[in-house]
Design a protein around this ligand. Structure first.
Ligand SMILES: *Cc1c(COP(=O)(O)O)cnc(C)c1O
Length: 385
C-alpha cells in the first residue's frame, strides 16, 4: 500500500538521521537585531541566515511594502502577461538591470522558479548543458526539466570542462554555475569560464543567489571579477538572500529577456509577485547602492570569524565568502557540536552527507553580527578542539 511505503521510507529516514523537520521562528524581539532568532521561546544568535546585510528587518523595506499595499492591494490577481504586474514590478526590473549592467531584467517568483523556468526555456533539444557538480538543486532540477543533454563537470575543474566541451563540439552549449557555491562558500572561476564560453561559443548562465549583495560591492560575481555584462551572459539572482526580501530576477540581453517572456513556463503560468514584494526589493536595492558600509561590515565580520575559526585549527574547506563551512570531525561529532552550540544560544546547524560530502557546521556570518556574537560562536567552538 502507498501509505505503508511512506511509513517505511520515513522510518528509514529517521534511522539514517536524515529526517527533516520544520522549526518556525517566533516574533523578532527587536527590529534592531536581525542577528537574533527566536525558536521555541528562546533567543539564539543566528549563524544560519542568508540575510547577509540584515535588511529583512530594515524599516525601509517594510515601509515600501506597506505603501505598495496601500497603492495596489496585496495579491497580484494574475500573471504578468495578464497585467498582474504593476509599475512597481517594471521599476524594479529597470533598476536591477542597471545594477547588473545588463540590457534588461525579468522578475520571477523565486530563485527556484527562475532556474526551473529559464534553463528549459533557453536550452533546446539537441543542446548541451554543462553543469558544475556542486550546483544548487534548482539548477539540477532546471536541467532535468529541459530537453537538452546534461553533462556534469567536476567542481570548478576547467580542464575537465574544456575536455567535455570539445567532445560536444558543434552543438549549442550552455555552461551553468553557481557564482558562490551555497554549501562550501567558494567562488566559481568566472574569468576562465568566460574564456571557455568565448572559445566554444557557449552561453554562460550564472546563479548569483549568494553573490548578489555580497560580492563586488554588492553588484555580484561579475563585478567582483571586473567582467562586463554581455549578451552571452545570463545573470540570475534572488531578492530573498542579501536583499532581505522575496522574489528573483534574470538580467540579460534584450533578446534573451523577450525570449523568456515568451517561453519561460514558470513566468507565463504563475501569478505575478505581490507589488509589495517588488517594492520591498527595490528599497533593498537602493540601500545596497547607497550604503557601502553594509557590504563592508559583512566582509569585516567574515574576516574576523574566519580568523578566529582558523586560529582554533578548524578546516573551512575552500570558503572565500560569508558562507563558512567549519569541519569539526565526523558526522556524530558534528551533530554533537551543533547541539552543544544550540544549548549555549548559538544557532549553526550541522549539514551532513549526502547533502555534502564532508559533514560540517554551515556557518553564515552577516553584517548584523556584533563582535560579541562572533566571540560567542568561537568560544563555543573552542570546546570542540
Ligand atoms: C537559495 C538559492 C536559490 C533559490 O532561491 P529562492 O529565491 O530562495 O527560491 C537558487 N540558487 C541558489 C544557488 C540558491 O542558494
Amino acid at each position: 500500500m502507498f501509505s505503508d511505503d511512506l511509513t517505511e521510507e520515513l522510518d528509514r529516514l529517521r534511522r539514517e538521521h536524515l529526517f527533516r523537520r520544520i522549526e518556525d521562528r517566533g516574533p523578532a524581539r527587536s527590529m534592531q537585531r536581525p542577528s537574533r532568532i527566536s525558536l521555541g521561546g528562546r533567543e539564539y544568535i543566528n549563524f544560519a541566515s542568508n540575510d547577509y546585510l540584515g535588511l529583512s528587518l530594515h524599516p525601509a523595506l517594510g515601509d515600501a511594502a506597506k505603501q505598495a499595499v496601500d497603492t495596489y492591494g496585496f495579491g497580484a490577481g494574475a500573471s504578468r502577461l495578464l497585467a498582474g504586474g504593476t509599475e512597481a514590478h517594471a521599476e524594479l526590473e529597470r533598476a536591477i538591470a542597471r545594477f547588473k549592467g545588463a540590457e534588461r531584467a525579468l522578475l520571477f517568483n523565486s530563485g527556484y522558479t527562475a532556474n526551473l523556468s529559464a534553463i528549459p526555456a533557453l536550452a533546446r533539444e539537441g543542446d548541451v548543458l554543462f553543469s558544475d557538480e556542486l550546483n544548487h538543486a534548482s539548477i539540477i532540477d532546471g536541467c532535468r526539466l529541459s530537453r537538452a543533454r546534461v553533462v556534469v563537470y567536476r567542481h570548478r575543474d576547467m580542464d575537465h570542462l574544456d575536455a567535455l566541451l570539445k567532445r560536444e563540439k558543434g552543438r549549442r552549449s550552455i555552461i551553468i554555475t553557481d557564482s558562490v557555491f551555497s554549501m562550501d562558500g567558494d567562488i566559481a572561476p568566472l574569468p576562465e569560464l568566460c574564456s571557455l564560453c568565448r572559445t566554444h561559443g557557449a552561453l554562460l548562465y550564472i546563479d548569483d543567489a549568494h553573490g548578489t549583495g555580497v560580492l563586488g560591492t554588492g553588484r555580484g560575481a561579475l563585478a567582483h571579477f571586473g567582467i562586463p555584462a554581455a549578451p552571452w551572459i545570463v545573470q540570475m539572482g534572488t531578492f530573498s538572500k542579501a536583499f532581505g526580501s522575496f522574489g528573483a530576477f534574470i538580467a540579460a540581453g534584450s533578446d534573451c529577456i523577450e525570449w523568456l517572456i515568451n517561453t519561460a513556463r514558470g513566468f507565463i503560468f504563475s501569478t505575478a509577485l505581490p507589488a509589495a514584494a517588488a517594492a520591498a526589493s527595490h528599497a533593498a536595492l537602493s540601500l545596497v547602492e547607497e550604503r557601502a558600509d553594509l557590504v563592508a561590515a559583512l566582509w569585516r565580520n567574515r574576516e574576523a570569524l574566519v580568523r578566529g575559526v582558523q586560529e582554533q585549527g578548524f578546516d573551512i574547506l575552500q570558503s572565500e565568502t560569508p558562507i563558512v563551512p567549519v569541519v569539526v570531525g565526523d558526522l556524530a561529532m558534528t551533530v554533537q557540536c551543533a547541539e552543544a552550540l544550540r544549548k549555549r544560544g548559538v544557532y549553526a546547524p550541522a549539514i551532513r552527507p549526502p547533502t555534502v560530502r564532508v559533514a560540517r557546521l554551515r556557518v553564515t556570518v552577516t553584517a548584523a553580527h556584533e563582535p560579541a556574537d562572533i566571540d560567542a560562536l568561537l568560544e563555543s567552538l573552542g570546546r570542540f578542539r
